[in-house]
Design a protein around this ligand. Structure first.
Ligand SMILES: Cc1cc2nc3c(=O)[nH]c(=O)nc-3n(C[C@H](O)[C@H](O)[C@H](O)COP(=O)(O)OP(=O)(O)OC[C@H]3O[C@@H](n4cnc5c(N)ncnc54)[C@H](O)[C@@H]3O)c2cc1C
Length: 394
């Protein structure tokens, strides 16, 4: 009987495993794959301020840094943005995840690899039904943590998943002719409806990926690499080294706790809605979850004992999630013409300065609030009344 069984040895699962083991709890992490960090679909961008806040020191997993970004609207007119200082690191996810897993094991966690969770049943505590190489087995615990990613089985089996809404993504590693320390982001309905495509320098290669709310991300990525008027000139589509596919969940699509159950990380929809970045938020929420779980484990682990978790997450990230979803929905509704107009606006020195003043890699709420406050005036100024329609339609 463990105190806590964590399903999923991704960053959120390993981080919370370490935090709980350090507090003296008997913890098992259950991971279906044979290797930590494989397979994983991620651009691997981590804000430096977020890492500092989490107390994680950059390690061998750092492949490069980012000082700015260039935005490409459908018109192809580049809008560069940056403050000339390092804002984020580009990391090797497998190696980052491994470091977190080693931290969890060193703290006393039992890591069960090649162990797939098939189901759970709850009564007094939880029985996690798993399949191992040796056959089927059961793992008993007082609390189960679903850290099993965006398609979380734990969220589905416990009725916590309210909507399966996700952004579908595909990414390759290949060679591309882009500036070091600069991420390129491409917007437009033709290639990445509802989200965007990216080229991120990552050491010797570039990560080229795309998210979409419609159709096959794989087909759209192939089109993007071969047919995008700007990107196809930079990307070597014949040197693809590594292909992955993945999902980005939405906040507010799941409840995050129930009797003897908590969700954390992507399983809980804890991502930045505008970019889909989830590592920093997932680990931050893991800290909040560890605090609430530690207290709850002093007695019976009921939903009532765990409800402080939802409150703590709402207090820390609720406004970020709400404003981010709002901004994402505005972006999703925009036609290509309106995206061109919006990025034209971003390219103006006064708007660019406003963005740089308020932008924070890991927290987008302040920027969205500043734009919402100044936005209507700016839109009127250059006659973009149409854009206001999107805001009113929300
Ligand atoms: C294309 C793409 C690009 C991204 N880029 C970035 C980025 O640049 N920066 C950023 O911060 N975030 C990025 N993200 C998001 C980031 O990858 C996730 O937020 C992060 O991986 C979430 O960590 P997690 O531990 O919650 O879940 P995961 O990393 O998904 O880990 C879940 C683990 O659970 C295991 N598992 C699942 N089901 C079971 C089961 N039934 N039994 C046992 N084990 C199971 C899986 O094998 C996996 O190891 C990106 C996502 C995508 C799709």
């Amino acid at each position: 009987m463990y105190d806590v069984a964590i399903v999923g040895a991704g960053p959120a699962g390993c981080f919370i495993g370490k935090l709980l083991a350090e507090r003296g709890f008997d913890v098992a992490i259950i991971e279906e794959h044979a290797e930590i960090g494989h397979p994983v679909c991620c651009a691997g961008i981590l804000g430096t301020s977020g890492l500092g806040e989490l107390g994680i020191k950059p390690g061998e997993w750092v492949l490069g840094d980012l000082k700015g970004a260039v935005f490409y609207p459908p018109s192809g007119d580049a809008v560069p943005l940056g403050r000339g200082k390092v804002e984020a690191l580009v990391i090797d996810r497998a190696s980052f995840d491994r470091e977190l897993a080693v931290g969890a094991v060193n703290a006393g966690t039992t890591l069960l690899m090649k162990t797939k969770c098939l189901d759970i049943s709850r009564g007094r505590g939880v029985i996690v039904k798993v399949k191992r190489t040796s056959g089927r087995d059961e793992i008993k615990a007082r609390l189960v943590m679903g850290a099993d990613g965006p398609a979380s089985l734990i969220a589905r089996k416990t009725g916590l998943l309210k909507s399966p809404r996700c952004i579908s993504c595909a990414q390759v590693e290949t060679i591309a002719d882009v500036e070091a320390s600069t991420a390129e982001l491409y917007f437009g309905r033709a290639f990445a409806p509802g989200f965007f495509a990216w080229i991120v320098p990552a050491g010797d290669v570039c990560r080229v990926g795309l998210g979409t709310s419609e159709g096959s991300p794989l087909r759209k990525l192939a089109d993007f690499m071969k047919k995008h008027p700007v990107a196809s000139e930079k990307i070597d589509a014949d040197k693809v080294l590594h292909f992955t596919a993945g999902l980005i969940p939405h906040p507010f699509t799941r409840k995050i706790y129930a009797d003897s159950v908590m969700l954390v990380g992507d399983a809980a929809g804890q991502v930045k809605p505008l970019t889909g970045g989830g590592i920093y938020i997932g680990l931050s929420c893991a800290k909040l979850a560890a605090d609430v779980a530690s207290k709850a484990l002093e007695g019976e682990v009921t939903a009532k004992a765990l409800r402080g978790y939802e409150r703590a997450v709402a207090k820390r990230f609720g406004a970020e999630f709400k404003l981010g979803m709002y901004a994402r929905e505005v972006l999703q509704k925009m036609s290509d013409d309106d995206l061109n107009s919006a990025f034209e606006l971003l390219g103006r020195p006064d708007v660019g300065a406003l963005v740089l003043e308020h932008v924070d890699f890991d927290h987008h709420g302040e920027l969205i609030k500043a734009l919402a406050k100044k936005g209507p005036g700016l839109l009127r100024l250059i006659g973009l009344h149409k854009l206001m329609g999107y805001v009113r339609k929300l």
